[in-house]
Design a protein around this ligand. Structure first.
Ligand code: SF4
Length: 440
């Protein structure tokens, strides 16, 4: 039975998909590149916010059509949507044949084996699964980077976030096991390991004698040949002077991904972020002082209950003062099972959308001004592969650009570059969030 897998959502989900594909391949199932050619379709879903849920449901319904008209005989849904809603999904969507949450990925092999029959949720257990370096993993993307999940789950309990409900409590992978995985990825030619988890700076706290995130970074720097190591999702509440010092000494790319979510202290408190605006400003300044030229990315959430005009203006002022290199803005959506939908002062979706647009507009001006300073500089670029823009043969990224979220460098000159390799590149132009470069 040929299997096709569709991945939705975040890099953590992509890792799960690659692990499932690795297990299926090891079990002898051939993979189909196109959904139309498969007898069994697997959709690894996202349920982070309402928009992600809608996309998941839409994708399931589209793929279900292949059961009516194509060669598909079974449709299996996995991931956060099924972990969160369980059997309800099967009741609502009878076209689904089997479901699996995020907690027992190896069960995908049995589900596909028995794909002709309907199955109940294979993982009623609370989320607990964590892979190790020996788990087979098929790298799906033809790119020189790979995501490495260093921990799973989260104990922070932000009042808007449903993730801990379906990804469970924070659990770290042993340090030595992560080092082994990154060594193996480097041996396979991967040039960039992107370390992901829900709460990266909490890494190691749950394993006695294991070491913390700074120990992990030092070990990855010393004991692997991975050229670029990029940790993501740093909660500002966990930062202290010693961490900044050890971070600056580690062999990581000069890039910080630190979601602030807001910058009004009352909203931060109500979100239960365990940090103040002043402290976050200091943290960014400390990192910038310790790592000159570091690129700083953040994420903000607008329209949280109780966000008055004054609170929103404080966020805008913060963004203007701190001048992040990159910023992603989300609008609040009330999530089942979280405390914030019951909070006073709910903000109308239209007002939240308008605020998001204002933050984006302010950030565009800041980011483009910062990016224009790069024109004429020479920097290392990792060539990811063929460009999506037809005017260029190749595209790549500087150390200040994380894949899929930060824009790219379009590269002039077909013969000057080799995909999957690094090149010295002179930045020639800035096009909004994208850069254009040529061989230096
Ligand atoms: S830190 Fe907060 S927003 Fe991030 S996963 Fe944990 S609870 Fe959710």
């Amino acid at each position: 039975m040929k299997v096709h897998l569709t991945t939705l959502g975040c890099p953590k989900n992509q890792v799960d998909s690659e692990l499932m594909l690795g297990m299926l391949t090891e079990a002898g199932f051939p993979l189909a590149e196109r959904a139309e050619d498969a007898e069994c379709l697997v959709v690894n879903t996202c349920a982070f916010i309402d928009r992600a849920r809608e996309e998941s449901v839409q994708t399931i319904l589209e793929l279900a059509r292949l059961k009516e008209h194509g060669r598909c005989r079974a449709l299996i849904v996995t991931g956060c949507l099924t972990q969160r809603y369980g059997g309800e999904i099967m009741r609502e969507m009878p076209e689904i044949d089997g479901i699996l949450g995020t907690s027992n990925l190896p069960a995908i092999v049995d589900l596909v084996r028995q794909a002709a029959n309907r199955h109940d949720w294979a993982t009623a257990a609370p989320p607990g699964y964590l892979y190790d370096a020996s788990t087979p993993r098929l790298l799906t993307a033809k790119v020189p980077y790979a995501y490495v999940k260093i921990a799973e789950g989260c104990d922070m309990g932000c009042t808007f976030c449903a993730i801990p409900q379906f990804r469970g409590r924070h659990r770290s992978r042993p340090l030595a096991d992560i080092v082994r995985e990154v060594q193996a990825l480097a041996a396979r030619g991967v040039q960039e390991a992107i370390l992901v988890s829900q709460d990266t700076l909490a890494y190691g706290r749950d394993l006695s004698g294991n070491g913390d995130i700074a120990d992990l970074l030092r070990a990855l720097g010393d004991d692997t040949r991975m050229p670029w190591i990029r940790p993501m999702y740093l909660h500002p509440a966990h930062v202290n002077d010693r961490l900044v010092e050890r971070w600056a000494a580690a062999r990581v790319v000069p890039y910080l991904d630190m979601p602030i979510q807001h910058a009004d202290d009352a909203i931060l408190k109500s979100m239960r972020r365990a940090v103040t605006a002043r402290r976050m400003k200091d943290v960014v300044a400390q990192f910038r002082a310790a790592m000159p030229g570091v690129t700083v990315r953040t994420t903000v959430l607008v329209g949280f209950p109780g966000e008055t005009d004054a609170a929103f203006e404080r966020l805008l002022e913060f963004v203007d003062e701190v001048r992040f290199d990159r910023l992603g803005v989300f609008t609040y959506s009330p999530e089942d099972g979280t405390p914030s939908p019951a909070f006073a002062g709910q903000v109308e979706p239209e007002a939240a959308a308008e605020r998001a647009a204002r933050v984006q507009e302010a950030q565009d001006a800041i980011a483009w001004e910062r990016a224009s300073k790069l024109v004429g500089t020479v920097t290392d670029v990792l060539v990811d592969g063929p460009s999506e823009d037809g005017a260029f043969a190749w595209e790549g990224r500087t150390a200040g650009q994380a894949p899929e979220i930060d824009g790219v460098v379009y590269l002039r000159g077909r013969r000057d570059f080799t995909p999957g390799r690094f090149a010295r590149v002179r930045i020639a132009e800035v096009e909004g969030y994208e850069l254009v470069g040529e061989r230096a």
